[in-house]
Design a protein around this ligand. Sequence first.
Ligand SMILES: [Fe+2]
Ligand SMILES: [Fe+2]
Length: 275
Amino acid sequence: MKFIHITDTHINAPGKTAQFPVSHHVEKVEQVFKHIQDTNVKPAFALITGDISHGGDVEDYQFIRALFDKGAAQLGIPFYVVLGNHDHLPAFREGYLGQEPSDEKYYYAEEIAGLRVIGLNSQIADKPGGIIDDVQLAWLKKQLEQPAPKGTVIALHHPLIHLGDLSLPGMLVENRQQVMQVIHETDVVATFSGHIHTNYFANYQNVLHIAGAGTSFTVDFSESKGNVSFVDLCGYSIVTVHENDGVTAQYIELPRPRGEYMTLPLASLTDGHKK
Ligand SMILES: [Fe+2]
Ligand SMILES: [Fe+2]
């Protein structure tokens, strides 16, 4: 079974304050949808792992819902989203889900052709970092008591990956060890996240963890020397969950001019990457 992993679309409704003076965030999401459509890949669904909005008010989420619905219709597949630190729960519930606005965390389990997709909410109100709260941990544990026919994948915004020198406060799920414990020796085959805007991969106890670079911009840590550059790159992953034979992910980088949006000191990222 194949599916698409997209992350960090950072979209505002047209006319709202964009993330950068010149932003191409909507165009890039449409570029991704077109690229998927033009491939021979027939994904079963798409996972979008948070920071779907940049500033997240009701109008933004109505715009994003229309954009994603158009993409879902174009590709003929359902989209599953989770929320990131740039998202706002009440506005998301109202504008995206068409519900009463509330702070109630958004998490779920869905089975698609035998594969279970679990979406978690790793937001911490008004902070850039992430956590899976006790209520969700207990819920997750309960869900995983029964295996799904083709295994389980988990989507969440903040990575469960240890990032070495980049493991600054606010980058990871704070209680990642607790989450690891809950998914250990269950049918979870992989987790998908975003937030760090660069591709990172890890394998802990036979679970593959992927943090994607996202569509809106890529953070280039390679030129570092204490600085990071925000560059106009855009990509997505095609993920295959093989029958009893592991998971593979192919990252597709789309052609972009690679313009630079800005350069910041690495140490400022935890302050800079907030709501
Ligand atoms: Fe982001
Ligand atoms: Fe984020």
